[in-house]
Design a protein around this ligand. Structure first.
Ligand SMILES: [Zn+2]
Length: 320
């Protein structure tokens, strides 16, 4: 199974598979929430399939094992936790898998998810294998973008970028999945990523975020009531809400500067306008910087008290 916006890339791969020209190390660059894991698994399953070269037959022993997540020749490594590096031990395990003989007399596939989390040591450990993998060994690496990938890794791979669908198509697709209409700002808050948008709405975060914007907008204006409610709302959904609030404040800043195109908060413009009219630009800038720092800090250290830190940040809006 693959998603509609993955078809073009998939057809390119299928052609290469048919001609037996697929590079032994594929690097798939795709945004979070675009289903890159699904696409990487589709390719893996196809490479391993015993009946077909261009798409999984779904009936052979290999396909069955793959679907049961029990394929002895399919190996995956990724960071143990979001934001953490892939351990060097895991990378060394890849080297061992690469030289193993196939259990099913076919290919082996090694999938490295979040390849941008390969640290320098990890990358060095895999470079030689990536460059000259043993026969019958297919590497697939996935990452969000080239930004955090080590050039030494990139240079040994064949790069493919999954272009996201335009936002109108994302909106249509999510609406067709949910059988309900959705706000354009839900798509923009998720950077246009279809699966992320779908999850945003299915989890009810869209509604809770709407409430947060209302409470936050009320708090920021004198007499600044409800600081603990806003902090509790942020804390309930975790650091993702800080990211969303940061987008909101950036919209307010843009509004102050007369930029009205491509604001994220299309359907919450009255709130954007209210804040833009209340907070001086310098304070807006400072608070955007502060919330981004806070977001980074909380992403790095999981033990911190988010509610307390958000209260401290919110205090920055009072009495200036
Ligand atoms: Zn098959």
């Amino acid at each position: 199974m693959i998603y509609p916006w993955q078809q073009t890339l998939w057809h390119n791969w299928q052609q290469l598979l048919e001609q037996r020209r697929l590079h032994h190390a594929i690097l798939l660059l795709a945004a979070k929430g675009s289903g890159r894991g699904v696409l990487a698994r589709q390719l893996s399953k196809t490479v391993l399939c015993q009946n077909s070269q261009v798409e999984p037959c779904d009936v052979c022993h290999s396909c069955k094992l793959f679907d049961a997540e029990n394929h002895p020749d399919f190996h995956v490594i990724k960071p143990e936790q979001d934001g953490k590096q892939i351990g060097v031990d895991a990378v060394r395990q890849c080297n061992r898998w690469a030289v193993e003989t196939s259990h099913l007399n076919g290919q082996r596939v090694i999938l490295i998810e979040h390849a941008d989390a390969l640290g320098e040591a990890g990358a060095n450990a895999i470079l030689k294998t990536l460059e000259e993998p043993p026969a019958g060994c297919q590497f697939i690496l996935t990452a969000q973008s080239l930004d955090r990938l080590l050039p030494t890794v990139v240079s040994r791979c064949n790069k493919w970028r999954l272009n996201p669908p335009d936002e109108a198509n994302v909106k249509n697709w999510v609406e067709s999945q949910l059988q309900q209409s959705i706000l354009l700002e839900s798509v923009r808050l998720n950077n246009g990523a279809p699966l992320a948008t779908l999850a945003f709405i299915e989890s009810g975060l869209d509604i809770r975020y709407g409430h947060l914007v209302t409470a936050f907008t009320a708090f920021v204006q004198p007499p600044h009531i409800g600081i603990y409610d806003v902090a509790a709302m942020c804390s309930a959904d975790g650091i993702v809400t800080l990211q969303l609030l940061s987008y909101f404040l950036v919209d307010c800043l843009k509004w102050q500067q007369g930029v009205t195109q491509y604001l994220v908060h299309q359907e919450s413009l009255p709130a954007v306008e209210a804040i833009a009219a209340t907070i001086p630009t310098a304070l807006l800038l400072e608070q955007i910087r502060n919330i981004n720092n806070l977001h980074r800090q909380l992403a790095k250290h999981t033990g911190l008290n988010i509610e307390l830190l958000v209260v401290e940040w919110l205090t920055g809006f009072i009495g200036k």
